[in-house]
Each structure stands twice: as C-alpha cells, then as structure tokens.
Ligand binder design. Structure first.
Ligand code: GLY
Length: 293
C-alpha cells in the first residue's frame, strides 16, 4: 500500500498468473488500486492466479500487437495488428482477452516498425542467444506506443487471439514455408508477402456474462453464407447433436476483409448481424483509432 501511495494514478494492477490482458485492472484511484491488490492477494478475485500481483505505471498511448516469427537467430515481423482489450465501446469496461482487432493499422509507419524491431525484438533475440536459449517460434510483443516510442508491455510466445484470425487470411505467401523455415533455423531472407492493400477486421462475439463468469450454453444460428470477404472463426463453442452452442467466453470472431478499413468493417459487422445466440454481445467500434486517422 505504501508503494501504491508513491505512484501517480491511474495504476495498473495485474494478476501475475494470467496473461494477455486477462486479470488486468486499471485503477483510477489509490483506494481502488489497494482494494484490487487485496482482492487479488486474498484469492477472492482470480483464485490462485491472483496470489502474486504486479503493480505498474500506466502508459498513455496506443496499443499494438506485433508478431515476430523467429528461427533462433533471424526473425520476420508480420504487419502490426491493433487489438481492443476492453469489453465495451470507447475502451470502457473491464479488460478481456481481446474483443476485436484489425490489420494492418495506419497507426504504424516504417519508422515505428523499425524501432520495434531494433529496440525491442532484436535485443530480445540476442539476449536469448547469449543466455543459451535461442528462441524459435512466434514472439508476440504487446507494445504501447507513447509519443512515438514503443514500450514493451509483455511478450507471449504464441499468436494473439483475435489478432491471428485477421493476420492469417492476409498472408499471401506460404504460411507453411514461414513456419517450417522458422522451425528449421532457415528463415534467412524469406520474403513473406501479404495481400496488397487488403485490410482485415475481426469482431468478437462474446457470451452473455463474459468476462465475469461462464454463461448458460446458447444455440448459435448463422443466417448468412460465409464468403471470401466475410467468414467466422469459431472459438468458445461446442458441437451438439442439434448444432453449435456458445459455451466459452469469447465465442467466435466475424472476420471481414476489404480494400479499405470501411469495407472490411462492413463485411465483418454485416456478418455479425447475421449471427444469433442468446446473450451475444460485441463491440461496435473496432478499428475506431484507424478511422479517426
Ligand atoms: N489478444 C491478446 C492476446 O491474445 O493475448
């Protein structure tokens, strides 16, 4: 509590046993930060995952998800995605694992991407080599850009959900080659190509009580054919005899692809309007920062 009192608000409190935005509370007052820490440490908010906490400075900027495919020595970054971690429009409500994402984002230019590669990813790769643990796989940098400077929030060693659902359809060159060459230390000068001038947007449909508690399974019906420009990636679902049921928190992602952000959004949200299950909720403002550009 004394440490919290030395910090300026807002203050970020994280349950250390959770990752990817889960178990993260942004406290707007010292009192809220202390109550949050108490609830986590007592196990009442996140069980064992909250018994160790991290309290840190709040960084005011915009968030990016950057994926580097690494072969132990070399790496290739894919176009940066922007996730939307808060449950509600205008980045309000509790943090979630991600309610929607889009790629590429106009918030990133070549200069910023080079900074991310040179200041964050490359030193991490080098440090892992020097520690005797060269990294092969997907390095997912959660980045906050504060006044043009990328700050690393966290690394995950996996793709992001829902970022992966938008990045994959845009990769034009062979994904197999990308992963195979990474896994066999031969990434070298592989040229990964993306579909030219295409944008993909994914909007997550969540179940009724997400992220607070699990919801009663709800039958899903879809009243639109999927197409090249609009498809569904299913996640928190169970196949039963009479069809598909929403049984997880983040149930599915409607992915729209288009020549512009507007077009991709129309495709994603058009499909979302034709997805039905009781309690379905989703953010209506995915990619709002790009639209404001
Ligand atoms: N969308 C954030 C994550 O996958 O961790």
């Amino acid at each position: 509590h004394d440490f919290i009192d030395t910090m300026s608000t807002p203050i970020v409190v994280k349950a250390d046993g959770l990752c990817g935005g889960k178990g993260v509370i942004i406290a707007t007052s010292h009192e809220q930060a202390k109550t949050t820490v108490n609830d986590m440490l007592s196990g009442s908010s996140f069980g064992d995952a909250g018994k160790k906490v991290i309290v840190e400075e709040y960084l005011d900027g915009f968030e990016l998800s950057v994926f580097a495919i690494c072969d132990g020595k070399n790496f290739i970054t894919l176009p940066a995605a922007q996730d939307h971690k808060r449950l509600l429009d205008n980045d309000e409500g509790p943090n979630t694992g991600g309610m929607g994402a889009y790629v590429p984002t106009p918030l990133v230019d070549d200069t910023l991407m080079k900074k991310i590669e040179n200041d964050l990813i490359a030193p991490t790769m080098e440090a892992m080599i020097s520690e005797g643990h060269p990294f092969e796989g997907v390095l997912f940098a959660g980045v906050m850009v504060v006044n043009g400077t990328p700050k690393l929030l966290e690394y995950n060693v996996r793709f992001g959900d829902p970022e992966c659902e938008e990045i994959m359809p845009l990769i034009e060159s062979s994904v197999f080659d990308l992963f195979h060459l990474a896994a066999t230390n031969q990434l070298g000068s592989l040229n990964v190509t993306m579909q030219t001038n295409k944008v993909a947007i994914g909007v997550v449909a969540a179940s009724k009580d997400y992220p607070y508690k699990s919801s009663v399974p709800a039958k899903i019906t879809v009243t639109q054919e999927e197409s090249e420009n609009a498809h569904i990636s299913y996640a928190g679902v169970t196949q039963k005899e009479d069809g598909l049921y929403a049984t997880g928190g983040r149930v599915l992602v409607c992915v729209g692809i288009g020549n512009t952000i507007h077009e991709a959004r129309e495709h994603a949200y058009g499909l979302m309007d034709n997805v039905h299950f009781e309690g379905k909720h989703f953010r209506k403002d995915i990619a709002y920062q790009a639209l404001a550009q």
